[in-house]
Design a protein around this ligand. Sequence first.
Ligand code: PEP
Ligand code: MG
Length: 576
Amino acid sequence: MSQKIKGIGASNGVSIAKVFKIEETKIEINSNKIVNVEQELETFRSALKKATEQVEKIKEKALLTLSEEEASVFDAHLLFISDPSIIEPIEAMITTDNFNAVYSTDVVMKQKIEEFLAFDDPYFKERAADIKDVASRIIKALLNIESVDLSEINEETIIVAEDLTPSDTAQLNKKFVKGFLTNIGGRTSYSAIMARSLEIPAILGLGNITELVENNDIVAMNGETGIAIIKPTEEEISTFKNEYENYLNYKKELETFLNKESKSKDNKKVKIASNIGSVQDSEGALKFNADAVGLFRSEFLYMDAENWPTEDEQFNSYKAVLEKMNGKQVVVRTLDIGGDKTLKYFKFPEEMNPFLGYRAIRLSLDRKDTFVTQLRALIRASAYGNLAIMFPMIATVDEFKEAKKIYNEVYEQVKSEGYEVSENIEVGMMVEVPSAAVLTEQFCKYADFVSIGTNDLMQYTMASDRMNEKVSYLYQPLNPSILKLIKMTIDGAHKAGKWAGMCGEMAGDLNAIPLLLGMGLDEFSMSSTSILEAKKLISEIEYSKAHKLVHQALKCDNEFEVKQLLDQFKKENEIL
Ligand code: PEP
Ligand code: MG
């Protein structure tokens, strides 16, 4: 009999294949004492050596299928394996207390994992999974337990596991691994992000899938709906095959949009751009043929560094992105740090409300040296492509004017030093604070463009912390209040003769796109993988009808009514 189960659809796609189960060997750890300290230390050090060699090998293989950034997770693993703050306490437990190496490793690594889980910063929290991965690798090396080598899989399979570690995921060969199913995890866990990047269907959080299936069982899975069927009947297989066909056809249809112009059914042209966080991310923008980079989150250059990045370091990154984009506009946002984004090398003041405090442009205007270094790097890089700059979290016209004044001074300075610079750098701002949305027309006397950051605009409008699950119900992109602010922003920019873009998540939200198009948004900037779907949807909408829809939506009382209107609009116009 077949069995249908539902988990969290984490990466789209449909597959039918045999199960390959990763069974974790149950490791019993005892706290036995050892007699020969020297020998135990020797065993421990050779386990570290073995673990290092394994990670280096995995990294090498991973680089064949992943970007350098994705494979860089293994640099973190190598750092942990040689980190004195981990190795020294383990060796101390062996030498001073005569505990065995396995027990000592387990105790110290668990403490380290707890330490990382306690961080507020999601970046450090996520590193806990890497330490767990490294701990298990060292312990297995100590006990001579061989790990399954997933890169050796050479027939079509669906992997089933408790969870997939970063090392597991990086070894998956797309040609044979047709999907994976795990007991734990969700849409934002590391394995989900990797699955989407490798374009392998995945369903996570299935609870006890490892107990429900045996090796070689056939499983059918749909990574979009989150449904998997164990030992499907002939009829179920044929339904899945149909879904699979539809999925393939849909993907093929999407690909036809790669080289099409971004425009509505009645030929209103828009720009569909990419959001990126690193030089490597521009590969995605190129792969999906983005019209521009609408947001380069420059803070990642700072967050990944051990110290304030120098002018030359930043210059090299900006230049690389501009050159890769080959003449297409790249909007770099100046440092947007503070709130949930912290730096290893800078102590932020203790604040009651960090999201409302010392962050983004407020910090740049206060730490002028840091701001000038970034502007110098940007202006020097402008000679290598089509650069635009925007300032984050602008709340008052005076703030924008002050930032622009510093920019103008730096521009003249860099030019006078003999650097070649572009004459056409647009300087704009993010609209993330309601005060800027309300007054966009005035801001646009000075700003060349605006880009709406709905992630923050929504949290400030609804007074609801975007990191707090308890108030996440207030994340309502289609709430008429949010729509009204967005419309005011776009209208304000247009009245001043400037363009308006959006780089918050909402720009790639298929539910919101008809309304944003109807409001006359000029540029939609989103994660690169959303571009083709957005382009297809826009091509199916008549701008003139969407424009009328906006007026109806703004009269609604709540998000639910707007959703109903949208459903009706899609039905009437046979969209998607
Ligand atoms: C936003 O606030 O919408 C935005 C794009 O910026 P970030 O998500 O980086 O805060
Ligand atoms: Mg923001």
